[in-house]
Design a protein around this ligand. Sequence first.
Ligand code: GTP
Ligand code: MG
Length: 453
Amino acid sequence: MAEDFNEDTIVAQATPPGIGAISVIRISGHDSFMTTDKIFSGKTKIREAKSHTIHYGKILTDDEIIDDVLVSVYRAPNSYTGEDCVEISTHGSTFVVQKIISVLTLNENIRVAEPGEFTKRAFLNNRLDLAQAEAVADIINARTLTSLRGARNQLDGILSSKVDEMRSKLINISSFIELELDFAEEKVEFIERNELVMKIQNIISDINNLLSSYSFGRIIRDGINLAIVGEPNVGKSSILNYLLKESRAIVSSTPGTTRDTIREEISIDGLLFKIHDTAGFRFSGEEIELEGIERSRLAVKNADLILFIGDIEVGFSSPVEAELINLNPKAKIIKVLNKIDLDQTKSYVEDFRVSAKTSEGMMDFINGLKKKALGENAYSEKDAVVSNIRHFNCLERAKADLSHTIKTVEEGLSGEFIAADLRTAELALGEIIGNLTPEDVLNNIFSNFCIGK
Ligand SMILES: Nc1nc2c(ncn2[C@@H]2O[C@H](COP(=O)(O)OP(=O)(O)OP(=O)(O)O)[C@@H](O)[C@H]2O)c(=O)[nH]1
Ligand SMILES: [Mg+2]
């Protein structure tokens, strides 16, 4: 299979552009060793080197020494891409890297790699399936331990094996139907129709389980959008500052202090929170404040979780609560009663009682935040979890196709129709792991990688 797309040898800088301790240039393809030897001078010829060895030497062009380097050698198929690969570690200089790449690409069979092309080759050479390749990008982008674990889980193939298992079940059902088609003359049923429907329903329920993991998976991967809202002066900015452990937003006793939405990110217990402190909701006010409140509305609309702040004096405003539900009926609302230092006797219907001034209740609140964010459906690290919208959409399609299959069976349509429906469902599942995934989908996925990955 490899020959189809491995004509060129590719090269790119694998480390970030700019100055650093070292830079790494990665080369992959047939001519990796030969082209490296053209500029490398050391004790060993790279084309004679064993796999997984490192060689010290100099890079020379026109007899001028460009840099002292270390060259790592990986022989096909035991490399990231599955092809012959070389990694040249140079001093971390932009100029050295550019010089080496430009000299290498003077050779006919070697060109600069496109974004994600190394990983694309790894996929095309069956080193990774598509969901695993996407997990590589997620690992690179991970900003918290939780998102890293989620991506590792996917790279380890936990989602892929679940999808594969469902596909196998489908193929098994299809094979009975195909048999019936082969023996069409005899009008036999190799699988009883009730049993067929039951088996399909079984797969649909597997798909439903995966679909319902998405809200969790998305939060794990991308973090959670949190909006801090409430009436003016209840202490929203004080709570933001408390969470950030710094005086990020202006706090004052004048209602209407915060105008622009303030956005900050923090990790609480390994989970990424994208926090938005907003202008307090009140339904009259001057022009700038009203514009601020419009921005608050936007933050509410985009939130996964809303911290609805009330203060001990006035509690939680019903019109504001109605507005929140109206703006974003899906978001979870957590009611936080602030300023409890002022009065311990009053209570409303609240989830947490805190004082941003004295810290009272803050530990419970912060510890509870992650639990509330993740909800009841906490998955374990061994569970298959969907965190990518593309996978979610493929599953939705497979589910629709299977529901359609059941209708086809119940309407008593012939085996051809059943087989066709099953086939589209199987293709939709296959797209997750990269079986017959359309070329434009592949290109779109890999073009979002960085160059050199
Ligand atoms: N006693 C007490 N005062 C607090 C507490 N939290 C905030 N304050 C005070 O309440 C006032 C308003 O605080 P902010 O954090 O600016 O309130 P806000 O909700 O962001 O207000 P706006 O931006 O105007 O909507 C300030 O004077 C704070 O010092 C608290 O827990 N206890
Ligand atoms: Mg404020």
